[in-house]
Design a protein around this ligand. Structure first.
Ligand SMILES: Cc1ncc(COP(=O)(O)O)c(C=O)c1O
Length: 416
């Protein structure tokens, strides 16, 4: 329900009568048929569908190995372990990301070293990365933020010169391409997400794509308790065989029910991408005249997956903060997201590593200004116009009036 706090500032009906959710998955008869087929097959945990999803991924990326897991977080965790990153190692990464990016480093005992971001794409800035590389640096972990590929040539050059591994958080970047090559196609390790809000979803799920046989083999063992034989092999029709514990693994396998949804979604990826690009262009055209926002950049040498349309609001031109603006747009019945608030400023990271403001000025500026608009297949032109109408309306007020909360006496006006 919309927060009535700020409606009082101008009164009148909200931009939409019905709440427009920030995200909605796009499912059809194909997903339903795959799931029903799986349920009727008698096999619901990791098995044939999961292996089909891996094969489809290998084909899409033209990579030799793809290992399906329960989340992108699991994929990155397994990549770190599989590549031997552990206590005492440093990994240079971006603060503008989801919790996963830094948490998994802590899980393996490594230290996150945050570098700053480029001011247009908000992706890792290779110049800042270079400055943060030290004797304990083991890897660089780029995140293709909002689906816009990082400057991979510059980052790979740095990695090669310093003998570093590269682990790509490609949670946002399925279908994206850098200089004609799909993200994940040439990677030591690239992790994708099938979480509910991603460009394709399996409800939950993830995929580790790699060029390295040794990493793929370790990940396959580690994703299922470190056992020598997965259930699909253990309970097959061949002779009974015991399994051995080869490593202290995890419960990170993907079920066939999830894989079934993922298979149907993957077959629609290109169609979804085109729809997203179309919505992106509509936002771009409608927001072009609004001087208080910076629209997301798309460099000419990439194909963005158009995962998130994230604006930066020029709060210095307004009398409200980003969070006040966000609350007001939500009160107009438009769902929004924030991707992301800088990781190094979250309580755990501040306290554990002593990070402070000033470490990554460009990321911090974005962290205070970003918010993402609804963008998903199925959204109509009228929806896009409603979103832009709400943003414009709120910014008009934020330009002219100081923010007043209901605690200061506005709520009566709302209820009347
Ligand atoms: C940049 C980034 N990395 C990793 C993840 C984690 O994905 P999952 O939920 O599949 O573990 C997310 C999820 O939102 C993300 O946005």
């Amino acid at each position: 329900m919309a927060d009535p706090t700020v409606l009082a500032l101008w009164g009148g009906p909200p931009a939409r009568a019905e709440f427009l959710p920030f995200h909605r998955p796009s499912f059809g008869p194909e997903e339903e048929a795959e799931v029903v087929d799986t349920l009727r097959s008698g096999w619901v945990t990791m098995g044939p569908k999961t292996h089909r999803l891996e094969a489809a991924f290998r084909e899409m990326l033209e990579v030799p190995y793809a290992v399906a897991v329960s989340s992108c977080t699991a994929a990155i965790h397994l990549a770190l372990i599989g590549l031997g990153i552990g206590p005492g190692d440093e990994v240079v990464t971006t603060p503008l990301s989801f919790a996963t990016t830094a948490n998994v480093l802590v899980h393996v005992g490594a230290t996150p070293v945050f570098a700053d971001v480029e001011s247009d794409t908000l992706n890792l800035d290779p110049v800042s990365v270079a400055a943060r590389i030290g004797p304990r640096t083991k890897a660089i972990m780029p995140v293709h933020l909002h689906g816009h590929p990082c400057d991979m040539d510059a980052l790979r050059d740095l990695a090669n010169r310093h003998g570093l591994l590269m682990i790509e958080d490609a949670a946002h970047a399925i279908g994206a391409a850098y200089r004609g090559r799909k993200i994940g196609a040439d990677s030591t390790a690239a992790a994708f997400s099938f979480y509910a809000t991603k460009n394709i979803t399996a409800g939950e799920g993830g995929m580790l794509a790699t060029q390295r046989k040794d990493l793929a083999e370790r990940a396959e063992i580690l994703r299922l308790h470190g056992l020598s034989r997965g259930a699909w092999k253990r309970y097959g029709s061949q002779d009974f065989q015991h399994w051995d514990i080869l490593l202290p693994g995890y419960k990170y396998n993907l079920s066939d029910v999830h894989a079934a949804i993922g298979l149907a979604q993957l077959s629609k990826l290109e169609k979804f991408m085109v729809e997203r690009q179309c919505l992106w262009q509509q936002y771009d055209a409608l927001l072009a005249g609004l001087p208080e926002v910076i629209r997301p950049a798309v460099r000419p040498d990439v194909r963005s997956s158009c995962h998130l349309y994230s604006l930066r609001v020029k709060v210095e031109r307004l009398r409200w903060t980003r969070d006040q603006i966000l609350a007001a747009i939500q009160a107009e019945n438009i769902g929004l997201g924030v991707h992301f608030r800088a990781l190094h400023l979250h309580p755990y990271y501040r306290e554990r590593f002593g990070f402070q403001r000033g470490l990554c000025p460009a990321a911090e500026a974005a962290s205070d200004r970003l918010f993402s608009l609804p963008l998903y297949p199925g959204l109509g032109e009228a929806d896009v116009r409603d979103v832009v109408g709400a943003v414009t309306k709120v910014l008009d007020v934020a330009r002219q009036h100081a923010f007043r909360s209901s605690a200061e006496g506005c709520s009566a006006a709302v209820t009347s």
